[in-house]
Design a protein around this ligand. Sequence first.
Ligand code: IPM
Ligand code: MG
Length: 370
Amino acid sequence: MATLKLLLLPGDGIGPEVMAEVKRLIGWMNKHGMERFETEEGLVGGCCYDAHKVAITDDTMAKARAADAVIFGAVGGPKWDSVPYDARPEAGLLRLRKDLGLFANIRPAICYPALAESSSLKRDVVDGLDIIILRELTGGVYFGEPKTITDLGNGQKRAIDTQVYDTYEIERISRVAFELARKRRNKVTSMEKRNVMKTGVLWNEVVTQVHAREFKDVTLEHQLADAGGMQLVRWPKQFDVIVTDNLFGDMLSDVAAMLTGSLGMLPSASLGEVDPKTRKRKALYEPVHGSAPDIAGTGAANPIAMIASFAMALRYSFGLGNEADLIDQAIAAALARGLRTADIKSEGTTLVGTTQMGEAIIAELEKLAA
Ligand code: IPM
Ligand code: MG
């Protein structure tokens, strides 16, 4: 059995609390000889700023490059609101995404039957929902230059962000979308705003061409991103894979999160290109929720998105689909037993904290694995 090297970056706020449950799970898997994981830990975000005055160090970046996968918690909090822009906690995450070339961000939104009541939408709208938001992650307005605030000298300032996409960036994210769809319900919906944005015009054109050239067997639809947002809350089951740019993907995936009951439920995988020599790809796994400073340190955070992110690492980085399925089933079973963290609490269920939820998932895993 090969040793799989993980770099754990718990980060700030509830990050370390939810990461503790992943460590428990890794310990359990190692003990049961399921795999041999070797873990290292590093600082990222505000905690790294406090120690080193940067959001991530070169040393940690080198460890991230050497790891088979990076498991990331969350960054940020009001404590760091006034640190220099380049050293703000989020800069650590953005550097990881950019420097590791993690262009494909897979954000599944799955509504567990037990949680259909926790969504703010009606049960029949979300019950059984299983869609993927595929977000482009290393381009667009997040990284485009110029990105400046200039003093115009007349009491006015001018702020500029630049939305920019090249053909190859749209081609490679489209291919990931079509390949994902082929293993699911074979449908891709591309979202942009070609009615106002040049990047939207190019996005639409390139997705259409890749489809016609390489993926004719997959159904392709286009929606304007604003209308897509509306459709996402109107009837989300019309979608299978939604592919969209960095900023629209950021917003639409938060919307999708609420379809599942809580932001605390949504895992994600960020993948780089497959290296033709090693067949490996760089990858980072993180829950979509943030650092939730309001509940940090109270032991109330929902660890499910973090644990499900680890399951995605098993699936996408290590080819351990069966083990990933087991973890997903264990999560569903713990929920079916009526256990709920505060964010997904509904009437007639039992309130538990972060640790209890983590332990309950492992207890279900024990049963499933036996
Ligand atoms: C996300 C987050 C990040 C983003 C922040 C923390 C920089 O909102 O992963 O969705 O905007 O990409
Ligand atoms: Mg976001």
